[in-house]
Design a protein around this ligand. Sequence first.
Ligand SMILES: Cc1cc2nc3c(=O)[nH]c(=O)nc-3n(C[C@H](O)[C@H](O)[C@H](O)COP(=O)(O)O)c2cc1C
Length: 319
Amino acid sequence: MRWMDYEKPIIGLAPMADFTDLPFCRLIRECGAQQTVIFREMVSAEALVRGNKKTLKSLDIHASERPVVQQLFGSDPQAMAEAALIVEKRVKPEGLDINMGCPVHKAVSNFNGASLMREPDKASQIIRAMKSAVSVPLSVKTRLGWSRPDEILKFAKSVEDAGADALEVHGRTKDQGYAGRADWQMVGRVVKEVKIPVLVNGDIVDTQTAQQALVVSGAAGLLIGRGALGHPWIFQEISASLSGHGTLEQPSIQQKMAYLRRHAELQIEHYGQNGLIKLRKHFPWYFKGIPGFRQFRAQAVRITTLNELEELIETIGRT
Ligand SMILES: Cc1cc2nc3c(=O)[nH]c(=O)nc-3n(C[C@H](O)[C@H](O)[C@H](O)COP(=O)(O)O)c2cc1C
């Protein structure tokens, strides 16, 4: 995969820790997202270098998920390069990505994630070290800045100069967290600043917002995060609308529950029976907007078998 040559607009699933794992990404693909670039959740470079078995296992890719971009986080250029090589050799993803935007304390207190925006030299060293270690395309995912939204303009240029092949920008600063609205216009200024493809990210939740984000930013593509949770068919909807094939009909509650059931099967296939426990964090997203969803959510967190889930799905289907 080459970012420059990828069919535009590029549509991608944003990386989400604990969510964009193998089963969920398989489901996304099964829901008709053929062209979508799948960004798998961030993985610690240090843990990979230490040979942490659970982290190594989390890299596994099912053939149907490809093209897959694996995101890494870390702050030491050497460890990041070593980790990139481990990933490339082990699972051969179509791309690698560096997390330079994560605002959570655990990440920034170790001087990675969003704090790399405040250390552009370190960020460039990481990119250069990784580029010389691997041959797959390397992208960077970041925010508009630490506290000021225009910090990105200089930072984007330095990321490009260091050799990044693409840049994904969540239109908020680190200080904003998830407050306010994503500023797609500022992402548009980044698009003008660099030659590499820029993907706009933040608050894209349906076909209208996808179109608006692309028009306002002029970006080469977009990434969707929370809009895909409990909504794995969103990429098919958006691709159809962006390619002029009109608006797809919204799935019925029964169809939504069929996706949830399939998600559960994929979870069990990958994680064993523990997969249902791991599925619990997805329930609120699947039940959002369904009448009586609070009651279903409370019932769902007690579910330990596929039979119990099927019973609940049947009850929901009758509403
Ligand atoms: C639960 C959750 C986990 C996330 N994990 C990551 C991650 O691993 N790496 C990353 O770069 N961004 C992560 N993000 C940020 C998203 O990729 C995305 O930038 C952000 O949610 C804004 O996009 P959205 O409005 O489409 O959700 C995460 C977001 C959420 C909600």
